[in-house]
Design a binder for this molecule. Structure first.
Ligand code: EPU
Length: 424
């Protein structure tokens, strides 16, 4: 199994380019099931989760052809080979749930096991809001031999109120209701930038969606969708992660390109409060060493609040800031467990409860042997290792490869001493 070997303390400086957003690109594979025609999408990041989404599409009978620079052509001509999603793939990534709605909408039945992915939410990340939403659109769910089976001769528009804001739940209902009869209204919908991006794309295919990016989305169902192109937005989480790495390393100037600064306002607000020396340009952010980093509390929140996906890197930043910060994780209850590893590296962290930790900084971190628990914790531990004294080894980097394209190679481009090592 490959692992990262990192020597901490090297000067981080130079330019790095952000990839296409994982959580935008992933959703285009299931959308292709809504139409017979060809979908062109670029740039699709070369990461494990997108490879899995491609495998799912191929397994059920879709076609994928690869062009240059992460361009893909997707096609799902009726009938599909099967409406049953393969357990081996579905267990690997949570976003596989996104295939359910489009298969149901176009082929009236779908079967799938409980989706897998990062172990960050309640015991098994629940899918109750998906099942409730499909029921509101007129579908019936039964469970047999570990598989959900959802059927609907005809989907009918309805009002769906989400008791909790859910990103893929919102996207799923949007990509199901597009082919339902009549009008669907989604209330308390998520507003993450990937959602209006998806809605604009669906509208280009012929859908009639209004209000995406606000808490109320209206979808006026259509009979069929056509083909079209999707330009994947830059990955705001990757951009924020690189910015935090630059801020935490305090060594040189880092220019991060292909950024939409407006997608990261909550992070910039925290940079202002903690004294990070940064400058925003139209499509870039430049981070320089700061005179002094001060601790500041953070609470994760749905967009436009502070993203839960940036909480682990921010926590590492706080280990380098002067003072005490309270990190309050409100979205996923296992996302603070990795801080135990930061403590072993020398950080002064007290866990108040599963949702809150107190960080007392600054502390000198020391390299360690680490097993990456999940994607975002994994990248945070890469940052911690890069700023630590001595060497670190990170195992289970499959979890990191799920979301960051050629991470080691790109980080070496800004001076990081990181190698991917296979075998003993
Ligand atoms: N939830 C339920 N029931 C449901 C669905 C969700 O209780 O049926 C709960 C979750 O357990 C969680 C909360 O609702 O406590 C919010 O979860 P949400 O549904 O918004 O998360 P998601 O859609 O599964 C997406 C991203 C995550 C990102 C979250 C929050 C994708 C593929 N994933 O997940 O990304 O953290 O929104 O912004 O878009 C990542 O990239 O590392 C990642 C985990």
């Amino acid at each position: 199994m490959p692992r990262f070997v990192i020597r901490g303390g090297s000067k981080i400086e130079g330019e790095i380019r952000v990839s296409g957003a994982k959580n935008a690109a992933l959703k285009v594979f299931p959308v292709s099931i809504l139409t017979d025609e060809t979908i062109r999408v670029a740039p699709v990041p070369d990461i494990e989760d997108c490879a899995c989404a491609k495998e799912v599409l191929l397994a059920i009978g879709g076609k994928v052809s690869e062009g240059e620079k992460g361009a893909l052509e997707l096609q799902s001509r009726a009938p599909l080979r099967t409406v049953k999603l393969p357990e081996k793939l579905v267990s690997k990534f949570r976003a596989s749930i996104m295939f359910v709605g489009p298969i149901l909408a176009r082929f009236h039945e779908v079967e799938f096991p409980h989706p897998g992915g990062c172990v960050i939410g309640a015991a098994e990340r629940p899918i109750d809001m998906f099942l409730d939403g499909f029921a509101r659109l007129g579908a019936k769910t039964t469970v047999r031999n570990g598989y959900y089976r959802i059927t609907a001769k005809k989907l009918k528009g309805n009002t769906i109120f989400f008791p909790k804001v859910t990103v893929t739940g919102t996207e799923s209902m949007m990509t199901t209701a597009v082919l339902a009869e009549g009008v669907t209204v989604l209330k308390n919908a998520a507003m993450e930038p990937e959602i209006p991006a998806l809605a604009e794309f669906l509208n280009r295919l012929g859908a009639r969606i209004k209000g995406a990016g606000t808490p109320t989305i209206t979808i006026d169902g259509v009979k069929k969708l056509g083909g079209g192109e999707y330009a994947v937005i830059p990955d705001r989480i990757e951009a924020g992660t690189f910015a935090v790495l630059a801020a935490a390393s305090q060594s040189g100037e880092v220019i991060i390109r292909n950024v939409i600064p407006g997608h990261l306002e909550a992070l910039w607000a925290m940079f202002d409060r903690t004294g990070v020396n940064y400058r925003l340009e139209k499509h870039a952010v430049i981070v320089r060493p700061s005179r002094r980093l001060s601790a500041a509390d953070v609470v994760t929140h749905e967009y436009p609040g502070f993203a839960t996906d940036l909480q682990p890197p921010y926590t590492v930043l706080m280990t380098q800031a002067r003072g005490i910060s309270l990190i309050h994780e409100t979205i996923f209850d296992r996302r603070l467990l990795f801080t135990d590893i930061l403590s072993q590296m020398g950080a002064k962290i007290i866990m108040a409860d599963p949702h809150r930790i107190v960080v007392n900084g600054p502390s000198r971190l020391e390299g360690k042997k680490i097993i990456s628990p999940d994607l975002r914790a994994g990248i945070a531990l890469v940052i911690a290792s890069l700023i630590a004294e001595g060497n670190s080894e990170i195992e289970n980097i499959y979890q990191i490869d799920r979301g960051y394209e050629r991470l080691d190679e790109r980080l070496r481009g800004i001076g990081a001493d990181i190698a991917r090592v296979d075998g003993e």
